[in-house]
Ligand binder design. Sequence first.
Ligand code: COA
Length: 374
Amino acid sequence: MADNKKTGGLAGVTAGKTALCTVGKEGAGLTYLGYDIYDLADNATFEEVAYLLLHGKLPTRAELDAYIAKIKSLRGLPDALKVVLEMIPADAHPMDVLRTGVSFLGNIEPEGDFSNQQETADRLLACLPSMMVYWHRFHTDGIRIDTETDDDSIAGHILHMLHDEAPSELHEKSLSTTLILYAEHEFNASTFAGRVITGTLSDMHSAVSGAIGALRGPLHGGANEAAMELIQRFANAEEATEGVLGMLERKELIMGFGHRVYTTSDPRNKVNKAMSKVLASEKGDMTLYEVSEAIEKVMWDEKKLFANADFFAASVYHFMGVPTYLFTPIFVCSRITGWAAHVMEQRADNKLIRPAAEYIGPALQEWVEIDDRD
Ligand code: COA
């Protein structure tokens, strides 16, 4: 057998070029088109970051205003898509709902010859939150919400549709910041899946549907939901410490920890952690935050494993009243920017992605007639 530890999962393999993002690069850290993630998280809106990724430069004020207006104008869902969303069962996972929604949109609003790729990206950015919350509210509250809200920000739009009222500034800013942190991350599994699909000259809806499928898994984006489920198991920090020690002894994976590229920390974690603390004190109950910190401490003390972006994002969303099963779908609403940017980058200098495999199967076999087989 091949040594999976050394060769598996393309670890450490440079599989192509990108001008969009650096992840953990010496002297750069996490950057989007050369901008440091902390500068973006502190100063930018998610819409500015979306524009940066999709247009390759930060917008001027006039460009940003026009872009916000454009995204707002694309929030509506076609009737046929609403029918599809209503037909998807209430017990489906909303990641599957989004995968189907994007795929269906590819039928009724096909991309065509790629000259409209920017339009397709904007449409998906604008209407993924609408799809997500329309399906959720239809099946949990039995109502057909109006997805054409007047909120300027995508974060405000999401929280408004979820809670029937415009969010506080703190909640809108916190959600917006998590969207910035989740927007892009170089050749992560879902983006790479999207680039592989794009490399065949397929359409953007197919690339994004495939990327959603890859993000869904708990080793990737699905970790934020799994992290929430873990945190909620424990009543206090002591229980969490004991519980996680037991899990480690049983060699269980602790979701929201570790990373393929980062070795000592995930730069996005400290931003999420700080937001989680602020939101916990706003709630007046620090228990979940303290449980999270206790888990973080055990993981570092015992395994030198650090919280990744998904761990504290979980409690940030929870404190804002977002149901757990929407955590990974919200990640989609953000990462659509990175995915679409990679689709366009791949197309600009396309080469079919088709690596080789090391063969580990049987040697050449002689054909045996069916009646002569053992
Ligand atoms: N909990 C417990 N142990 C972990 C762990 C975790 N979250 N992450 C890694 N490890 C351990 C592995 O079991 C392995 O131990 P071993 O050498 O004794 O077998 C070692 O650390 C190396 O991990 P490995 O799975 O080989 O690293 P990878 O680069 O293939 O995996 C992840 C990276 C992200 C898939 C992995 O850290 C993980 O599964 N994390 C949990 C899921 C998660 O949070 N995903 C979101 C990523 S942003």
